[in-house]
Design a protein. Sequence first.
Length: 760
Amino acid sequence: MKKPISKKPLKTTPRVEEAAGLRSIQSVAYHIWEETYIGRGVKTLFKLNQTKGFDCPSCAWPDPGPDEVSVVAEYCENGAKAVAWETTKYRVDAAFFDAHSVESLLDQTDHWLEKQGRLTEPFILKPGSSHYQPVSWDEAFAEIGRQLHQLDSPDEAMFYTSGRTSNEAAFLYQLFARRFGTNNLPDCSNMCHEASGKALNETLGIGKASVVLEDIRETEVLMIFGQNPGTNAPRMLAELQKLKHNGGKIIAVNPLPEAGFMQFRHPQKPWEWVGKPTQLQDLYLPIKINGDMALLKAIQKILWEAEKERPGEVFDLDFIREHTSGFEEVINDLDRVQLDVLVAATGLSLAEIRQAAEMLLTKKRIIIAWAMGITQQRNAESTIREIVNLLLLKGAIGKKGAGTLPVRGHSNVQGDRTMGVWEKMPEAFMKRLGEVFSFSPPKAEGIGTIGAIQKMLEGTGKVFFGMGGNFALAAPDTKVVFDALRNCSLTVHVSTKLNRSHLVHGKTALILPCLGRTEADLVENRHQFVTTEDTAGRIRMSQGDLDPASASLKSEVAIVCGMAKAVFGEDDAIPWEQFSSDYDLIRDKIEAVIPGFESYNKRIRQAGGFFLPNGSRERRFTTRTGKALLTVNSLNPNQLPTGRFVLMTVRSHDQFNTTVYGYDDRYRGIRNARKVLMIHKADMAAFGLSQGDPIKITSFFQGEERVLEGFSAVAYDIPPGCVAVYFPEGNVLVAVDNHSPESHCPASKYIEVVVEKINA
Ligand SMILES: Nc1nc2c(c(=O)[nH]1)N[C@H]1C(S)=C(S)[C@@H](COP(=O)(O)OP(=O)(O)OC[C@H]3O[C@@H](n4cnc5c(=O)[nH]c(N)nc54)[C@H](O)[C@@H]3O)O[C@H]1N2
Ligand SMILES: Nc1nc2c(c(=O)[nH]1)N[C@H]1C(S)=C(S)[C@@H](COP(=O)(O)OP(=O)(O)OC[C@H]3O[C@@H](n4cnc5c(=O)[nH]c(N)nc54)[C@H](O)[C@@H]3O)O[C@H]1N2
Ligand SMILES: [Mo]
């Protein structure tokens, strides 16, 4: 985090580059060349997202069905980068840790840490020592067992999950935690789509997307709120292109004009690399940060006025009557709210909003997609309920070409939740888990990410176990999280690569290196495969076939089972040993516990896998009223003292969450730098800032201040009053208590800040 990696000066180009195309192929080639042996890298890419291959470790965008799998690999630039990063030729071994103390590693950048390569064997940092040293797997598991048994209560342990973990490993992991006696299962979803799960469950009875890939091609209008698919779900662009070819329209709502929406060339269709790219967006609405709820309400109000004039032509009254509750209340609210108040809260003009409403007016097949721009907000849940309102008023759910599309992030984050990685799983799941494994799961609700940080700070959270991820940098309030982790008696991380969470550690620390997605998982000479769930709820198998980065790696499944044997003894009633030698046995148990997995082992072996049941796709709304809920959400516009900005933290094109591949944000024209603040040129002028000026950013939350220095100002096409920095650097500014009201999703896109020029 400290040393700048690049000696090259910051460069910006005003032009927003086109997305994908030849440039992305060049970038893929570069990353494969840099990181891996060319044969290994190319072989791997051809196995990506194929029926008999592995699931891309990058995003959770759905793969095409079995009939559509092309002969060419289904990959994108950033998926390829993720693969190159995992299949690297570099290694972090015992000699590496001999040469580098933890203290010296703390001075290195996050890019440098991961760039050192794959971890080769388990390592331990003993109390008071300066260097990690090798430790046997048995000794590592025994240490975990000793420390867990020393706790006064199982609730002093926390078991975090990042969303790359397979269904099989996640199921055993949550079983392990609950068998140990705690529901403390924080996960990356707590910081990601938690608000979507909350608001969708409440209003529609299911917290997942209601659409499948085919729906996108058939929609008349797709609205995309707060998502940058060109970088974070690049394969989505190819679907948007199909939608356009079918005559569909796209409305992009985003404070930034993201390249992916403007000009797209299919990276796997060379004939598109020259000539005119596809302009994906038909209407771009440069919304003020957190202005989305007001926009959604304004659109509904305009549609309602039109509906009153032409009854039945705008709203789907039959659907509303048959399938929803709350209509009267919602239209009364729409009558009450004033359009000019709503418009003012968006930062858009009335004409722009009318244009959006006009595009929706008579349309019946509408999809609304969203991601972190909506969920990491102080109004997240209300905004998502307004998305649902708009779809319900149009009857645009549970039919072809229509519905909700919360685009998931990590490749198996959705599957991990389905498997029970959640601090508050519903009672039916807990009951069934107890029946199938003959034990009493803990009753008390566990803690999520925010709760975990608080617990560690208070000293009642003593053992932090991370199944993947990089909690130290991903969680909000970096300095506070560092203090929290350092307060633990034991921190354990199951990882593929070295990261900051290994260096910001408890009294004792363990690094347990695991196989990646691309690698063969051989148990007693038999290949095991795992399964994952994508954004559209499709379950598929994933099987790597590369030789593992080191012979001492274990699969995540084997790690959970090894730890379980050390903690519960060899004679535990749960057959951990058998589970780790045959993953079919785990799937049989998943089938026994979780609805929708009937004939799991059989159906997963069919090409393309299978879809989980989805009530909202079939207009079965399992809510408290038995109908889809139209809700009234009161407006909560931004109110900032003069001189303050709202800051959002976003991903660059060269990263996967806390993994920094490089220092260029190609699509945004920013090069050789990550410590930049994007700010409107009028705001720059008003605050006396020039391009590249060194600045200090101070954030304010409930009377507290947090400071970030060493940044430069960059003029950018962003609404006045809004500014942006990159995640994870910006996490220093996110107060741990600054989160959405209902699901406690960190508001990492809503941070009040002041920007000041400093003398270099
Ligand atoms: N290559 C790559 N792929 C990834 C990831 C990665 O880091 N790299 N991360 C994965 C994960 S875990 C996730 S969750 C997803 C994240 O995917 P995204 O949600 O696309 O990620 P962010 O960069 O956080 O982008 C949020 C977008 O929201 C916009 N935004 C911010 N505030 C607001 C607002 O108030 N209103 C609106 N309408 N828009 C707003 C920003 O300008 C930005 O375009 O991607 C996944 N895929
Ligand atoms: N300010 C701010 N904070 C954010 C966000 C934001 O937009 N702004 N986004 C949030 C979101 S959406 C998310 S999802 C979280 C992400 O939070 P995390 O999931 O905790 O973080 P990652 O950066 O994805 O984790 C990277 C590490 O995972 C390990 N790893 C990689 N592959 C594997 C594997 O196959 N198995 C195992 N066991 N380990 C592996 C590597 O060691 C790597 O260093 O961050 C959140 N934090
Ligand atoms: Mo995420």
